[in-house]
Design a protein. Sequence first.
Length: 596
Amino acid sequence: MSLLILYGSETGTAQDVGESLRREALMRNLTVRLISMDEYDLHSLPNEKAALLVCSTTGQGEMPPNMRSFWRSMLRKSIPNDFLTNTHAAVLGLGDSSYQKFNFAGKRLFRRLEQLGARMLTQLGLADDQHEIGIDGALIPWKEAVWMRLYEEKIFENMKLEVDPTTVIPSKFILEPASISENLNFHEEDQEYRLLTAEENRRVTADDHFQVRKLFIFTSISIYFQDTRLVRFSVDDKDSHFFSYNPGDVLMVWPYNNDESMQIAIDALQYSDDLLDRPVHIRTNDRYLNPPPKWLVGDPTTLRSCLRRLLDLQTIPRRTFFEVFASLAVDEFEKRRLLELASPQGLDDLLAYANRVRRTTAETFRDFPVTSKSISPERLFDLLKTIRPRAFSIASSPVVQGNSIELLVAKVQYKSRLSDPRRGLCSTFLSRLKPGDKVFSKIRPGTFKFPPVEVPLICIGPGTGVAPFRSLLISRERNASSCQSILYFGCRNSKSDDYFREEWEKCRRTKVVKAYSRDQEEKIYVQHRMIEPQNAGEIREWILEKNASIFIAGSSGDMPKAVTGAIHEICQKDVQTEEIAAKLEKEGRLQFETWS
């Protein structure tokens, strides 16, 4: 009898959580299976004594790709209401409260399990990226409640409630020596990601353009230069079908660790060049775990390749990282310190050490030198999270630039209390690309569902939020049947970050209204331009008489709420409800694509 852990994930966070739950289950003397939802046969679920389900939310409340088949099976009307009466279950949703449909997938999954008679072990867990300690804010109390219920219900014999956090469990992978002449082929059609070639990387903000911003809770105000890039990739003819896209689609990009983080980690681990470059095969130590993707690291591979392409050296270490690190510690002083950071009582200490200054895992290796230099290569795969792909709205038009893909990328770089600048993993990776560099990528449908060209559009896209609207509106410009559109675009300065200015001036079917927030003493944002009398009347007419659709893209901070507030203010005199935005959203005429 074993505990089943199922995950539904797109970027891999739910899989990471599943792996951490697997580790804790093993420490509690449980046999455990970790499986993605679409790889699991739903008809076997009634035979499970207990199942933990972890799922993220994608798009506008949608299920992630690797659980959609599983979810469709769950929705079949032929399934009886007592289908899961013998199964204990718990659900953890992973989301971001800055998004409109926060944890919608997890909420739907929890309700459906209840409808099918599952015996829920605890309340639905709603993990939030916006929490001060990220998803751990909900994950920690949720899993503690789950372990307690499993123990109290005596579902598994010999289960331990209390565990020693320094318990060493078998490593996930074994590294076997390989011959450098070996080259195990795999079928390209099985690749989840394929290579794009960087063609151009052009800065589109002024060299002296800067911002002052308080980036994170408890951090000081940071001044940093805003470096936004327009990155163009060429599509190889043989991959043209794989990279075909529509306006609103996104490009998933798999970044690599930068040279700075690589050097910090290698110096701390003290691995020799011979060890780093020695060819190895990666074999799983558990039949329910998948090895790293061969298309990414190769087979055979090298430890250096895995450190560059697979293992995330820039993520902020979570509590589970310190638990595993402590279990490997050989120095008593370092072990005590690591256990403090891993303990629930050490939460404030963990926040101060890692989260508030945005310390990376590579830098953490450097801070614990005795333990770091004793870590075997196999244990890195237990310690470090896998690099996860990032999503970027495609800024190019498939009609105009069908053989290439363009991204508008704002480089993330800022100062914390640490001496070295903090750098976003993927934005730094993209900003450093040179012509000819190869990048693993794939197309994913975006969250926007655009109407036919005969429907008028109101698009609001400040900053890099303008990217999907450039793709859409430039495509509509080429279609003689397209209706008129309005774009509200906001930036700081007319001379610093007015993206695509020359292109908008040539548009005939798109009216562009701009808000420059720093060109005058009083800050003017897109919502302020919307409620100006000459614009408000036009918006009111388009919404109430022309049935226009509204699309909002950009930062998930105050902007979406401010824009919907402007829509209420514009329409409230003519609509007998205070919830005009909710009504439009329900009709699919108001849609959001926001990010933090």
